[in-house]
Design a protein around this ligand. Sequence first.
Ligand code: GLA
Length: 727
Amino acid sequence: MPITYNQEKKLFKLDTVTSSYILQVFEEGYLIHLYYGARIPDDNLTELRIVAFDHSAFEPNNARVKSWEFSPTISPLEYPASGTGDFRIPAFTVKAPEGNTATDLRYLTHRILKGKKPLEGIPALYVNSDDEADTLEVDLIDRLTGVVVTVSYTVFNNTGAMTRSAYVRNTGKAPVELKTVMSASVELNGADFRMIHLWGRYGKERTYTEQPLHHGIQGFESRRGSSSHEYNPFAAFAKNNASEDYGEVYGFNLVWSGSFSFEAQADSYDNTRVNVGINYKDFSWLLKPGEGFQAPEVVMVYTTEGIGEMSRIYHRLYNKNLIRGEWRDKVRPVLINSWEAAYFNFDDDKLVAFAERAKKLGIEMLVMDDGWFGHRNDDHTSLGDWYVNEKKLKGGLSSLISRVKALGLKFGIWYEPEMISEDSDLYRAHPDWCLHIKGREQSNCRNQYVLDMTRKEVRDNIFDQMYKVLSENDIDYLKWDFNRNLTEVGSEGLPPERQTEIYHRFVLGTYDLMDRITKAFPHILLENCSGGGGRYDPAMLYFSPQIWASDNTDPIERLTIQFGTSLCYPASSMGAHVSASTRASYETKGNVALWGSFGYELDPLKLSEETCDLIRRQIAEYHKYYDLIHKGDLYRIETPTENPCRCAWEFVSPDKSEMLFTFVIIRIVNNPKYMPRFKGLDPNRYYREETSGEIYSGALLMNAGYNMVNFSRPDGASYKLHFVAVD
Ligand code: GLA
């Protein structure tokens, strides 16, 4: 049983394949955290209760608790509140009707359930059948206000992953104000961890960084109203002696696309509290009697097999229990996107010419990017006017689509549904429909404003406009863009006391619109985008099986971006294209882009015959290696963070019968020796390298390595080696 309850000890034990997670209802109903780490067989853990053995007058205790070793200041609490003796970072704070913020949560009841329930209005991991997971819900009550928090845990069988979330209800008689509602608070044993996370900016998303924890609070956040280019809602805590292939690692990934907060506090007793959830800084939420509030969920992975295995656990889980719909399992078409080929400067004939040439190259879908609607010829106008510009697309959209389809290509289209241009019919009709504060100047970002997604009439209008185009035309793919962040966050649709809810309600509004679009058009492949990869998070993956990883398509720069992204997001999710505008050979551009959901970002009419031949080969390779890359296991062999001169990775099929190794020389150094030791093969099997025909044992390839000495070529060169088991 993955979740058990020991009635006598009042102790819950949650087991994944790799971990055990143990909590206990302690005296006076304090819910305490006993353990999260490698799987242990029993629950004989009472002595593990982390004790405040020498606590002083400065560590308050509840006078009714008999155990002298307990103190809310020191003991590990499962969902810590503030103002009642725990001075560390709180998971939960509520402002009572009387105006104070002292909060005190105690155990009320619990339930153990088969399967996993969806979260109200928020994307979350799902089960394909109830036997895939088990769920524990524990109700905690703040008796003075009557606020009940249900902390939920789902254990996914056959993986090393579990999820946590929190749902708050006001069962009291007066309204309260929620100030902090974290999705999870986890007490890690020890402070000897490195915090790993992903930082970046536009064109440099999800760059790996790590720092040793120090005593005090450290963390990162987004306050932009989206998950952002700057930080990703992901962190791993690796024991100081852990590495890519060995050692203890805890991963946390928040299923949320708005402002978020990740904080770790290494306390004075050398424990580490990790708090993950929505950003509490620009947030408060009025909760009236009878109302509820759902916090998003966090996906937690534990392994003793290093950072690489943590990533593989996330990849397998997301490919099966997060990404949804028919495109989860269908082969994604190789696309060509009009953006870098033409920007705003296209018409129907130009797009058809692209399609004709693309077809000859083996490309399977034409995507018409920004510029097809309203009178948009640059980025100053028309967002919000989602009707076809017939001056550009003479004969209309259906005529263009039939010409493209007659060539045998699929057709995709670009939208930026959450935005509005000042120069648009929509803005002229509804100037109050963007986020704004009366009397305050509006910040300008890319000449556009953000629509007030908290308002149903706004969402309905955009849905209706999109529905018309999508239902009247044979469209296979939709790129959903989001090209600025939130400023002057005010809504005319909400009263003053709810203005601090806008950041949150905005994201819920976007989810509502995405939900309606994906339900109305389940066959459309959705690709999320935000000025490249500015909204690359698990909640977006729930709606869109693939996400454009970055506007930066330079293959060398992409190595850093793709390695960082791979910490928790699977290859299947990464939009990766070959473009004309970048350095390096087309071969290397292709080898790097093959890592993800593949395509082209160039004018196909401007290619040499030699490049055309190469593209045909690349597309054949994309199909040849599709299952291996999209369904196989990723092993990072050498990362650009470790080695600025070269970089290498592998995909291994789940049955270990096949492996694709890719190697990029970033910069030649005066050392020809390179003997990578491969990973993830079966040591007892033999593998044939396809080009040379040579056969090697898995044990040799993994322990002695493979001699790459003859491969040194110019900076930016790259190679693929394909090994197939010969048994
Ligand atoms: C964003 C996207 C690009 C392109 C442009 C269009 O920057 O990342 O791929 O779609 O918008 O305006």
